[in-house]
Design a protein around this ligand. Sequence first.
Ligand code: GDP
Length: 140
Amino acid sequence: MAVERTLSIIKPDATNRNLTGKINAKFEDAGLRIVAQKRIQLTKAQAGEFYAVHKERPFYDELCEFMASAPVVVQVLEGEGAIAKNRDVMGATNPADAAPGTIRADFAESVGENSVHGSDAPETAAAEIAYFFSGLELVG
Ligand code: GDP
């Protein structure tokens, strides 16, 4: 399987509860390397641009407010099949449906405040990484 990179975000509900280290341990235990990482505060407009694909969804405004409500940790995870592997480690969108031991099963508070974001395909991973990181910040 090819080595891939994927964009991960530790969301405000998790940074508020000081869970960055516990979530990073789940990535590393699964064999994902954190090859870039920074803690930033998004504006609502930046959150809206990032989640533009969800513009027509009823929860869009709530999602943008939430993502701008506290700092987030944006990160690039690298590994074999990293995109799908990260989705496995994250668990289902709704924590009620997430498999035991996944980040969302262990930490998420609700379907909206669900602790992490992860890219869902190679094209979105490339675009999402480029949204937050320059080539100079990706040292592997
Ligand atoms: P993901 O790829 O598992 O993050 O899920 P989606 O791409 O379907 O949704 C993006 C994000 O929108 C989710 O991670 C949630 O934070 C949020 N979201 C999805 N569905 C709902 C919902 O029904 N209500 C609210 N408030 N937020 C939602």
